[in-house]
Design a binder for this molecule. Structure first.
Ligand SMILES: Nc1ncnc2c1ncn2[C@@H]1O[C@H](COP(=O)(O)OP(=O)(O)OP(=O)(O)O)[C@@H](O)[C@H]1O
Length: 294
């Protein structure tokens, strides 16, 4: 993403005399950041995400910046006259991939989300969860500079939910921005750079990056390039980091986030060498008690 995406004094209402859903919203979305939007039902989160994805225009105010954007809507229109693979291949070519590359990339994403067996199923016959897998795959296959996820985890099975968390970590590690809404407070807990609450038509920024990830800790030992600092995506995930020798780190990470950490380290440029991963033992205290981060 070349530049920040910015909302400047943005307001949105539906209809000339409709109530203002959003008003006076200022927001900057920078590259390589993860942003969470929270708020009660009907407060305007989806409205905000559609404005960020440039699928809607503000009633007043301005939006600047044009990152290449992909969007997963709250409700995906699955009754399309394609098979799952055919649809994704078609979208891949729209994103500028050759047909062969689009088909291969589409197949890879279906496999990653555990929907490879449904590649040739007509979209209209997919289950709700499989259809949601196609919805997230279509957003990821173009490696967007801005990924906007509106309750994208809803309906996915546990493996696919974890895979989508990994895909989000990969996007931000690759320099993309990700903005998401999800009603599960544990979703990507501890990872967001910023969390906002949509309330009374405005945005309230929560202090800090959101709640800390919780749960038993895994220990990860890694070796980076000489003089290398931990990649930001890795730093955000870990609970503690010690550097016994230059470039060598002992990291403690909630086991639920160890995949995200490993992905951030392995996809860093240059990649980090993972020396060892020790799962938590039953005697370990939960990380929620351990407080500060590096
Ligand atoms: N296309 C539309 N036409 C008219 N009103 C709309 C439209 N889209 C949203 N609204 C209204 O704007 C308000 C905010 O809706 P929005 O879907 O953005 O909220 P939300 O925070 O995403 O809600 P939820 O958590 O239930 O998904 C609601 O009152 C809704 O009825």
């Amino acid at each position: 993403m070349q530049r920040d995406l910015r909302l400047i004094g943005v307001g949105r209402r539906y209809g000339i005399r409709g109530p203002w859903v959003l008003r006076g919203v200022d927001l900057t979305i920078a590259p390589a950041t993860l942003t969470r939007m929270e708020g009660a039902n009907g407060t305007g989160k989806s409205t905000l995400l559609r404005l960020l994805a440039r699928l809607d225009t503000p009633t007043e105010g301005r939006v600047t910046g044009r990152p290449r954007t992909a969007y997963v809507p709250e409700r995906f229109p699955s009754a399309l006259p394609f098979t799952a693979l055919g649809y994704l291949t078609h979208l891949g070519t729209v994103h500028g991939l050759s047909r062969t590359t689009a088909r291969r990339t589409a197949g890879t994403w279906l496999e990653r989300f555990g929907a490879g067996a449904h590649a040739d199923t007509p979209m209209a016959r997919l289950s709700k969860g499989s259809s949601q897998k196609v919805a997230v795959a279509q957003a990821l296959l173009g490696e967007p500079e801005l990924l906007v996820l509106d309750e994208a985890w809803t309906g996915l099975d546990a493996a696919a939910r974890a895979e989508l968390e990994r895909a989000v970590a990969e996007r931000t590690a690759a320099g993309g921005a990700v903005v998401f809404v999800d009603h599960d407070p544990r979703r990507l807990a501890g990872a967001p750079d910023a969390t906002y609450t949509v309330r009374d038509g405005g945005l309230e920024r929560r202090t800090g990056g959101g709640s800390s990830p919780a749960g038993p800790l895994a220990q990860v030992t890694v070796q980076g390039p000489a003089g290398g600092a931990l990649p930001p995506d890795a730093t955000r995930t870990v609970t503690t980091a010690e550097e016994p020798t230059p470039g060598s780190y002992r990291l403690a990470v909630p086991a639920s986030h160890s995949d995200v950490l490993l992905r951030a380290l392995l996809t860093a440029r240059p990649p980090w060498h993972v020396v060892s991963v020790t799962p938590p033992s039953d005697d370990d205290p939960p990380s929620a008690d351990l407080g500060s981060r590096p």
